[in-house]
Ligand binder design. Sequence first.
Ligand code: VG1
Ligand code: CO
Length: 542
Amino acid sequence: MTVTVKTTPYSDQKPGTSGLRKRVTVYQQPNYVENFIQSIFDSLEGFSGQTLVIGGDGRFYNDVAIQKAIRIAAANGFGKVMVGQGGILSTPAASNIIRKYKAFGGLVLSASHNPGGPEGDFGIKYNVGNGGPAPEKVTDAVYARSQVIDSYKTLETPDIDLGAVGTQTVGDMVVEVIDPVSDYAELMQSLFDFDAIRALFAGGFRMTFDAMSAVTGPYAHKILEDMLGAPKGTVINGEPSPSFNDGHPDPNLVYCKDMYDLLMTADGPDFGAASDGDGDRNLIIGKNRFVTPSDSLALLAANAHLAPGYKDGIAGIARSMPTSAAADRVAEKLGIEMHETPTGWKFFGNLLDAGRVTICGEESAGTGSNHVREKDGLWAVLLWLNILAVRKQGVDAIVREHWRTYGRNYYTRHDYEEVDAAIANSLVDDLRGRLASLPGQVLNGLEVAYADDFTYHDPVDGSTSAKQGVRIGSADGSRIVLRLSGTGTVGATLRLYLERYVPADGDHDQDTQVALEPLIALADDLAGIKARTGRPTPSVIT
Ligand code: VG1
Ligand code: CO
């Protein structure tokens, strides 16, 4: 029976870079989930009788939120919900299901790379019919609705059993529990040369894949070990855990340090990879060579034609503004379109839908293509494997050859996490205020050619997104970028991005932090990060 329940608004339901992320304890407040999901549905039109996809990364509170979401969907008139068995769907798998089964949209329950568990984070994100994150006009409408919501609709029914694949009904709505892995595995098989990758493993190639006790475990076991014949044990931490085994499911050199160390030893594996909480990020490490996400984007774009799914070449490349310009040089050489967008995958959707770009990426370890409308961790790993299988070279040799062809973009990101929000905001504001005076000056060796706050003009729908990050750069490819994170849940996180270009015939063997030292010092001079935040060093360097 449908019931309408009175509620009062929460002031803080403003979606960030990727959905609404809050502490679990915030989500556990009365009606918090209900308010937000009802606000989403109130901002949409035309879903009556249509299909909604629901899945999550298996983190703590997923089970509770999914049951609420199913009831609210039924009460609001959806015709069908497709939900992953056990509530599991990686973010790229959810995107694929939405597209493949022509669903109206989907709810992805995840806080991605943020820690989980009762003291950790939870999140809800709405994806639209193209399979991608809702664009800003939708998330703005959701927030506006959440500020005035006074009731939500739900059903009084017992919980749905998500344990077994099959079909049930809730009120007038069909609930189909689906295998979370099979459609995704089929999609990967259609894009990559599985025979060549199988032969690679059969020839003794060894890899380790760290699923970080998050959602990619079942996907990686099936694809890497069962379908591609990688030895059992290739996938580690392959069981999803509600608290990620008390780990931090962010695949970077801090949280995957053990893997990095292993790859730097002579008898370690040939290839190491990892993915994050919801399976959309990737970490790529070859023997003695960590591949930065920005370089990985450029390398994948330059070599994508070696995989069957991209054999006719790529239409264009898009990257987020703070991502290094390494991919730009590939696009230039290929004579294809290159786009620079704000941070967050939602800005790639229009370009992908319009067929203007095929491959997209972000410096934050996200890469993907037009096969779905999300970044895709395992996709990146499989494309790398396909390239390694065809080129019959190691990662390090391929990376070096790339630099000798295109030059190297030295690149690093320094994060200052959980900084006082007022201090962080005024720091960025003050820097913004000084930008107009910087062009033309030479600062610590940097000839400033431009200094602005990035504004994006979407070439497809004409929308504008302003204040997307301060950038100060030279004509020869050096840059300082500063922005505030939109995914943190406590205080503010300052992200400082630094980049310097060294041409094809230059020195590619410097230590990254040393190569960028003058820019790091200049950024601190200009913004006063250390003095104002009281932090002598960044919390995380990637
Ligand atoms: C971060 C990254 C951004 C990424 C976003 C979601 O956002 O910088 O590139 O798209 O996380 O990734 P922010 O606003 O904190 O810088 V995921 O894997 O957490 O959904
Ligand atoms: Co993620």
